[in-house]
Ligand binder design. Structure first.
Ligand code: KG4
Ligand code: ZN
Length: 344
């Protein structure tokens, strides 16, 4: 049978993402971001994100169709993120998707954003097919989740997630403490170069033996964020010089350490020798380096999609939609809503 051409709509956070795939082939990945508008607030402002999606959706759909050299008549189906994410932002995408489905008569598939981060692997150019089961570690400004994926469309299990801040939020808040611009992740990476990652031993959240018993696969970054802020403020109060490079490197080390300790614990416990990374924080140089080191040492095959497919995008949503179609799933009834806390 002919492979379905699917247009995917992603609006769960600050990226308006429109992707088009044919089966597992990526045809277009158009993105508009409202990040610049959030910068002065030091974090994504939901209302601003929703309004930005409203403005960006139609132009971004046009860009994606142009990039794929396709017209509406070539699109077989539409897929849209219905959660988890920011409610208002999700609603704009879902409403647009339903409008398109109603107007064109094309089937619409509502899909899960987190599963999309895993599914994007399928449309990563030149990649070997994803093998199951796999552990997936998804780390962004909005989520920090560890998943056991036995089957992309029918069997994804949440092993653990952050109980407070997402890892990306911690990067953004620590950057702010150091007087670096938002979003802070890339700046922390830049400042950390030449710093000593062992200079300061910052806390590894939920890593003590008693925490590992109850929260083996969960994360916590708010204590780390506070510890860094206290450490810096104490020195500033005393008028003491300190090395921002050491703070950035030590903070980054703590995040990378705890993320990879837990991800590789899951691989070992569940005897799954495969780890997939996703989310914008995966851009972090130390996280990538430590992931490669520890995965190799543990005999785990590591997969990291190219960065433009790790950050939020529409291609991952289209990829999931195409899988649902190829596996014979019926389209979603148009009564579905947006669910900010949608489980996997
Ligand atoms: O996936 P993403 O683009 O958007 C959402 O969160 O939805 O991730 C953005 C997050 C921000 O918190 C940003 O600071 C972080 O990813 N980030 C990084 C790096 N680049 C971006 N964090 C650490 N190191 C980086 N190099
Ligand atoms: Zn995401």
């Amino acid at each position: 049978p002919r492979e379905p051409v699917v247009l995917g709509i992603e609006t769960s956070c600050d990226e308006t993402g429109i992707g088009i795939v044919r089966g597992t082939t990526l045809l277009a990945n158009a993105i508009a971001s409202s990040m610049d508008e959030h910068a002065r607030y030091g974090g994504v402002v939901p209302e601003i994100a929703a309004r930005a999606h409203l403005e960006a959706l139609a132009p971004t759909i046009h860009s994606a169709l142009a990039e794929a050299r396709l017209g509406w008549s070539d699109i077989d189906a539409i897929a849209v993120t219905c959660g988890p994410g920011l409610s208002g932002a999700l609603m704009v995408g879902v409403a647009a998707a339903k409008g398109l489905a109603l107007a064109t008569g094309k089937p619409l598939y509502a899909v899960n954003h987190l599963v999309g981060h895993v599914g994007v692997d399928l449309v990563t150019p030149d990649s070997e097919p994803l093998e199951y089961p796999t552990i997936a570690l998804l780390v962004s400004g909005g989520h920090t989740s560890l998943l056991l994926v036995r089957d992309l469309v029918s069997d994804v299990e949440l092993l653990g997630e952050t109980i407070d801040d997402a890892a990306g939020e911690a990067f953004d808040k620590v950057a702010r403490v150091l007087g670096l611009p938002y979003p802070g992740g890339p700046h922390i990476d830049r400042v950390a170069v030449g710093g000593n990652p062992k200079a300061i031993r910052f806390p590894r959240g939920l890593s003590l033996p008693k925490d590992m018993a109850a929260h083996r696969y969960d994360f916590s970054f708010s204590g780390l964020k506070t510890a860094v802020a206290r450490w810096v403020e104490a020195r500033r109060d005393r008028g003491e010089e300190f090395s921002a490079a050491d703070v950035a490197a030590s903070f980054r080390e703590a995040v990378a350490d705890v993320l990879l300790t837990k991800a590789l614990a899951a691989c070992a416990d569940l005897q799954v020798p495969r780890l997939l990374l996703g989310g914008g924080v995966v851009a972090n140089a130390r996280i990538r380096e430590l992931a490669a080191e520890r995965a190799a040492a543990a005999g785990v095959t590591l997969r990291i999609p190219p960065l433009e497919l790790c950050t939020d995008n529409g291609a991952m949503i289209a990829a999931l939609g195409a899988q649902l179609i190829m596996r014979g799933h019926a389209p979603s009834e148009l009564g579905f809503g947006a669910d900010s806390t949608l489980p996997v």
